[in-house]
Design a protein around this ligand. Structure first.
Ligand code: GDP
Ligand code: IMO
Ligand code: MG
Length: 426
């Protein structure tokens, strides 16, 4: 059996959680492979809304195994909050969730370092989610990290060593924070985590695959936030791309099957960093209001703009996307016209390949303007009902991106999802 991967093609918040939930009944296993509680994945069904941060979005369907893979960084305190809320809503989480021994732990001092690093950067700050993601991955790569499996291997001394190192770093930055309460909560949460199945998840996943079970990998963040290929340094600290599923779960590249690339019918970004098609006008504000574009984790306003096909083509190439999923089409239902960026003008040169640097002050986006569909699509049940102008928008995107759009989302609810079955290969 192959592993399918679903990941974001823009700057995150494309709607990954919603679609993973919709696709879960087709799979035996759902697995997260990177990121941590910087993610906020929203699901809506039966009139209720849930936001998941570290736990896979397969958790609300029945019978699947959900895995938090080795590539993830886990904050025990936030994990506990999320898990207890799910348990309260009736989910037998301890039965269906497996956590890799190799996940790296976010310590209280990682969060303090994240904040201190941002303060030190001043105007050049990244606008992180403040969850300690960067410092935790830094420790992983510099071989100083603490892993969940260390719980059973001299945990206390490893924790104390990491903490002392962090406190020395903070001191050198002029910070001597008091965090005893946070630390106590963290240590309590480590006891709570022991109640879960902490396993060698790479073995489990490969065994399940050889037994013929199917796996869906759920990406967090998006390709333009990837540490190698995103808008560096305004990125997150993990590989959000398809290759991240291999290293973040222990799955070989030849096991990858379908790659679902998910994008909004427009584009958003939260935090600092360049965004060539950003709109600073009434249109941008309208998209933000209609799309409720506020961060699921931090509540920050998301910056809004038109779809950027130069960036999307790049993301499709880097990830080997086989099927596209278009989200939030309904947000554009009332627009007279829709724009799509097809090239960048960089200091007089027309550029169609995503360049090394996308500094906005040097880029003028070249747009194609398409007629809007001016139809409320939110109650539609099949693509046959789509208005002609919307079908034309889909055709235009499929041609430009040379990849089929197999799922179209027309509202936040699970039910507001149109599968284009003639195109869907899975
Ligand atoms: P994720 O991080 O990729 O899972 O996405 P988020 O949950 O952070 O952000 C997506 C937001 O859009 C959430 O509030 C969803 O409930 C909402 N959403 C998802 N799909 C649609 C859609 O098709 N239409 C509308 N209007 N909202 C959607
Ligand atoms: P989901 O999975 C949108 C952004 C932050 C910041 C940068 C680095 O919900 O799509 P970090 O805390 O990771 O060091 O922040 O990345 N960012 C996200 N933006 N959606 C996310 O996750 C994000 N996770 C991180 O805003 O610009
Ligand atoms: Mg999100």
């Amino acid at each position: 059996m192959k592993v399918d991967v679903l990941l974001g093609l823009q700057w995150g918040d494309e709607g990954k959680g919603k679609v993973v939930d919709v696709l879960t009944p087709r799979y035996d296993v759902v697995a997260r492979f990177q990121g941590g509680p910087n993610a906020g994945h929203t699901l809506e069904f039966e009139g209720k809304k849930y936001v998941l941060r570290s736990i896979p979005s397969g958790i609300f369907q029945h019978g699947q195994i959900n895995v938090i893979g080795n590539g993830v960084v886990l904050d025990p305190v936030l994990f506990r909050e999320e898990a207890e809320a799910l348990e309260k809503s009736g989910i037998d989480l301890k039965k269906v969730l497996k956590i890799s021994k190799k996940v790296h732990l976010i310590l209280p001092t990682h969060r303090l370092l994240d904040a201190a690093n941002e303060r030190a950067k001043g105007g050049a700050k990244i606008g992180t989610t403040g969850k300690g993601i960067g410092p935790t991955y830094t420790d992983k790569v510099s071989r100083n990290g603490l892993r969940l499996g260390d719980l059973f291997h001299n945990f206390e001394s490893k924790y104390e060593a990491a903490k002392s190192r962090h406190l020395a770093m903070l001191k050198s930055m002029g910070e001597e924070p008091e965090f005893s309460e946070l630390e106590k909560k963290w240590l309590d949460a480590m006891e709570y985590i022991k109640e879960y199945d902490i396993i060698d998840s790479e073995h489990l996943i490969n065994h399940l695959l050889s037994e013929g079970k199917s796996v869906l990998c759920e990406g967090a963040q998006g390709t333009l936030l990837d540490v190698d290929f995103g808008s560096y340094p305004f990125v997150t600290s993990s590989n959000t791309i398809c290759a991240g599923a291999c290293s973040g779960l222990g799955v070989a590249p030849n096991k990858i099957g379908e790659v679902f690339g998910i994008f909004k019918a427009y584009c958003t970004r939260v935090g600092s960093g360049p965004f060539p098609t950003e709109l600073f006008d009434e249109t941008g504000r309208t998209i933000r209001d209609l799309g409720h574009e506020y961060g699921a984790v931090t509540g920050r306003e998301r910056r809004c703009g038109w779809i950027d096909l130069v960036a999307l083509k790049y993301a499709i190439m880097i990830n080997g996307v086989t099927q596209l999923i278009m989200m939030k089409s309904d947000v554009l239902d009332g627009f007279d016209e829709i724009k799509a960026c097809v090239a960048y003008d960089i200091e007089g040169e027309r550029v169609t390949e995503f360049p090394f640097s996308i500094e906005e002050d040097k880029i003028v986006p070249e747009y194609v303007t398409l007629p809007g569909w001016k139809t409320d699509m939110t109650a539609m049940k099949s693509e046959d009902e789509f208005p002609e102008a919307f079908k034309n928008y889909i055709d235009f995107l499929e041609k430009e991106l040379a990849t089929p759009i197999t799922i179209v989302s027309i509202g936040p609810d699970r039910e507001q999802t149109i599968l284009r079955n003639s195109k869907l290969t899975k």
